[in-house]
Write a protein that binds this ligand. Structure first.
Ligand SMILES: Cc1cc2nc3c(=O)[nH]c(=O)nc-3n(C[C@H](O)[C@H](O)[C@H](O)COP(=O)(O)O)c2cc1C
Length: 142
């Protein structure tokens, strides 16, 4: 496995709405796997939309993206950004998660990354979503 760090942001849509119990199950499984595989990142969910950021060793991130692409719990997986990174932006989160609520700024941040038309604005939107996440983040709630 190469040591090259890779940063990927993707969007997808839940096949069926995720309630609290399904989110807990998903995050528990993800955090255990990601700790094992050296992957960090964050997940945002505003039904039906998911945005996830994955960062870690290139081969591990690509293997995870392949598993994620086969997961029937969501559809329409679209990679928005896929680039090498020199450092992690989410180093303390094996998979950070913050619940979204209407009017908290997450919908705007999610919409702008989904509609960004070039790499620079996608990266900017990913950073803006990261800023939203960091503002919300205290201890992981679930
Ligand atoms: C929105 C979404 C995000 C996911 N994020 C991760 C993740 O960060 N890490 C992970 O190991 N699995 C994640 N999964 C679950 C994988 O798709 C897969 O079920 C899991 O890695 C186990 O794969 P396996 O059954 O091939 O071992 C995610 C699934 C969904 C629907």
């Amino acid at each position: 496995m190469t040591d090259q760090l890779t940063f990927i942001a993707y969007a997808s849509r839940a096949a069926d709405p995720f309630d609290h119990a399904r989110l807990v199950e998903l995050l528990t499984e993800s955090r255990a796997n990601n700790s094992r595989d050296g992957i960090t990142g964050m997940l945002v969910y505003s039904d039906p939309d998911f945005i996830q950021i994955l960062e870690g060793p290139d081969a591990a991130v690509r293997a995870l993206l392949e598993r994620i692409g086969r997961d029937p719990r969501h559809t329409d997986v679209r990679v928005l950004l896929d680039e090498p990174a020199t450092e992690r932006k989410y180093s303390t989160w094996s998979m950070g998660y913050e619940p979204t609520t209407p009017g908290d700024g997450s919908d705007d941040a999610m919409a702008s990354i989904q509609t960004a038309t070039d790499e620079a604005s996608t990266r900017e939107s990913a950073d803006a979503l990261g800023g939203w996440f960091r503002d919300q983040a205290g201890a992981d709630r679930i």
